[in-house]
Design a binder for this molecule. Structure first.
Ligand code: ATP
Ligand code: MG
Length: 403
């Protein structure tokens, strides 16, 4: 297929907007005789007038060839090798144009040779053409190339049209692409929320059909992607989309089931407020500990579990909260939260009853604690959201000011 090419005068991307490191890599490859394109989110964000988070380069040079061009580089990954080119404050990821994924009955051997079940060699490498590379990407707006040779934009997938319409469209068949990699469901939600795009209707339907597949994804990829969803600055919209598209209950199954129970009405109030709070902290440039994010999201559910435990096991509130926290941490294991983070969540939650004891001695003791600030931010949020403990909250604010 012939791509749509937009020449330099007809688009807004200028080299001034591209980092020096990315330009060095693009020119280095071009001067060595290879095709070199800026690719992925960098091109998308520049066309939208946003500041790209990072710049990725796609090239016709093989990883070994890239390595030869840049001494300051290293091969990454075993099978799908990438090259990282290092600069003092930036890493540029360079990938060789990729061929289409092999059919499911072919498996790649260690040396990148594809073998059919009977051992026949089907293909001997992973590399492809720029067009094949574009078609392997997830969404049309993520598949645009900026060509350093003539500063044009190359578009194999009508991504520029979708960018103008602010539409997130899957490349190829949405059912197939979400089945191949269900994490794309979360990427769709993140891009739609962060860029203020609509998800194209057939993709929305496919997301609903395949959301349950998220439960089979690698827990470390899920943890990483959830972090991105929460920190994209539009967590409240992420939550709305996750509910609309029936994704939330597959990310956080027990919490989702609790929300969706017949008496669940009103329960989303806490979560909506939590996500809005996360966005406000983010907008204020506050670096939020992942433990506080999870504590906030699970907060009301955790209180509910604690109340059940208090009834059935006759425990004190503090003890019940500790027990409830341990139960919810067990649930969170499926998204492989690092141990240090789970420990911190437990401390935030189990520390809550201490805020009800307003004595100077208690204040002195707990304000020295490593987790004090996160536990206090949780207490403040919970008190305001539930409209309770305002006297205690004022008292603690005073203690903090007079310190
Ligand atoms: P951002 O970096 O702003 O989060 P991005 O679009 O650059 O967004 P990356 O995760 O950096 O996202 O990936 C770079 C590019 O690689 C994407 O734009 C997309 O073309 C491709 N890509 C990444 N993950 C996938 C995936 N799971 N399936 C298909 N293509 C992908
Ligand atoms: Mg990127």
């Amino acid at each position: 297929m012939e791509p749509q090419i937009t020449a330099r005068p007809d688009h807004s991307i200028s080299r001034k907007q591209i980092s020096d490191a990315a330009l060095k890599v693009l020119y280095g490859l071009k001067d060595a005789g290879y095709v070199a394109y800026l690719a992925g989110g960098g091109v998308r964000d520049l066309l939208l007038g946003r500041n790209p988070k990072d710049f990725d380069v796609a090239t016709s040079a093989t990883p070994e060839e890239v390595k030869r061009v840049f001494r300051n580089s290293r091969l990454i990954g075993r099978r799908f090798r990438l090259v990282h080119v290092y600069f003092h404050n930036e890493i540029i990821e360079v990938s060789t144009f990729r061929a289409p994924a092999p059919p499911a009955d072919e498996t790649p051997d260690d040396d990148n040779t594809f073998l059919a079940k009977d051992g026949l060699v089907l293909r001997d490498n992973l590399f492809g053409t720029p067009e094949e590379d574009a078609l392997r990407r997830d969404f049309t707006v993520n598949a645009l190339f900026y060509n350093i040779a003539d500063f044009s934009i190359i578009d194999y997938v009508h991504g520029r049209n979708d960018l103008e319409k602010r539409l997130l469209r899957v490349i190829g068949d949405p059912d197939q692409r979400f089945t191949e990699d269900p994490v794309r469901i979360l990427r769709a939600i993140r891009f739609a929320a962060a860029l203020d795009f609509e998800i194209e209707p057939s993709a929305r339907e496919a997301i609903r059909r395949h959301a349950a597949r998220l439960e089979d994804c690698s827990s470390s990829r899920l943890y990483e992607e959830i972090q991105k969803l929460l920190s994209c600055g539009k967590a409240e919209r992420v939550f709305t989309l996750c509910c609309e598209l029936s994704v939330f209950e597959h990310l956080f199954p027990e919490l989702g089931a609790w929300l969706n129970a017949p008496d669940g009405e009103g329960k989303t109030h806490w979560l909506k407020k939590s996500f809005a709070q996360i966005d406000r902290w983010r907008a204020a440039g506050f670096n939020i500990d992942p433990a506080l994010l999870f504590a906030l999201i699970y907060g009301e559910y955790n209180e509910w579990v604690a109340a059940q435990i208090m009834q059935s096991e006759e425990l004190q509130h503090a003890e019940a909260l500790i027990e409830a926290t341990h139960r919810h941490i067990r649930q969170l294991e499926r998204i492989r939260i690092p141990k240090a983070v789970t420990h911190h969540i437990a401390e935030i939650m189990s520390g809550q009853p201490r805020f009800l004891k307003t004595t100077p001695k208690n204040a002195q003791r707990i304000m020295r604690h490593r987790c004090f600030l996160d536990a206090f931010l949780y207490f403040k949020f919970a008190a305001r959201t539930a409209g309770r403990h305002s006297t205690e909250l004022d008292w603690w604010e005073q203690q903090r000011k007079s310190r």
